[in-house]
Design a protein around this ligand. Structure first.
Ligand code: PRP
Length: 207
């Protein structure tokens, strides 16, 4: 499983704002939006493009478009804060939605929404979720995609724990991961350390 860590200086400053406990919800959402732009930009660097003829105001030249725009799948709630930035960079993309809530005792995900095309054969998918902690949520989500025929999955997250990466690797599911940081570890509540807290609560408030 390929893992790309995007440690661009501008990504580091947005991640710093997200980690800082003094950052309020509005500033947290703004930093997440900007960081997502950078992560999607790097994640799509190898995307296939098609050429087509265009005319500038001066003379004809070659234009380019993304050949097979990926399906974007935010994992609710926290992944919602990444969708606008991803869709702005990939305006021809469609979107699917997966709703998962992690049980805070067993740490296993409980699914409450699956809104995905029935057949994903031949369609690349980008999954958006800020946090890869135990990996249970993303393993569940990627399995839903693979069960629908997807063979090209990119998971974009802000933070990844080594334990979560190991779980995804061990699942054998085909995917690559793009993240802004691999943090140190999980604590006994399965929170990423040093982390940034709960990305859903920090964007939208506690439930
Ligand atoms: C958080 C986070 C991930 C998941 C990560 O969501 O946004 O989806 O937990 O944990 P895992 O890797 O151990 O599965 P949460 O369940 O808190 O829901 P929320 O997005 O609605 O806040």
């Amino acid at each position: 499983m390929d893992v790309l860590v995007v440690d661009h200086p501008l990504a580091r400053t947005r991640l710093t704002a997200m980690r800082d406990a003094r950052t309020d919800s509005a500033a947290f959402r703004a930093a997440l939006h900007e960081l997502t732009t950078m992560l999607v930009y790097e994640a799509t660097r190898g995307a296939d493009v098609e050429q087509y003829p265009i005319e500038t105001p001066v003379e004809p030249t070659t234009g380019f478009r993304v050949a097979n725009p990926p399906l974007l799948v935010p994992v609710l709630r926290a992944g919602l804060g990444m969708s606008d930035a991803a869709l702005a960079l990939l305006p021809e993309s469609s979107m699917g939605f997966v709703g998962l809530a992690r049980d805070e005792e067993t740490f296993e995900p409980r699914a409450y929404l699956e809104s995905l095309p029935a057949d994903l054969t031949g369609l690349p998918v980008i999954v958006l979720d800020p946090m890869l902690a135990t990996g249970g949520s993303l393993e569940h989500c990627v399995r839903l995609l693979v069960d629908r025929g997807c063979t090209d999955v990119t998971v974009i997250c802000v933070l990844a724990a080594p334990e979560g990466l190991a779980r995804l690797r061990g699942s054998g599911l085909p995917m690559r991961v793009v993240t802004a940081s691999i943090d140190a570890r999980l604590n006994d509540k399965a929170f990423i350390v040093p982390g940034l807290g709960d990305a859903g609560d920090r964007q939208f408030g506690g439930m």
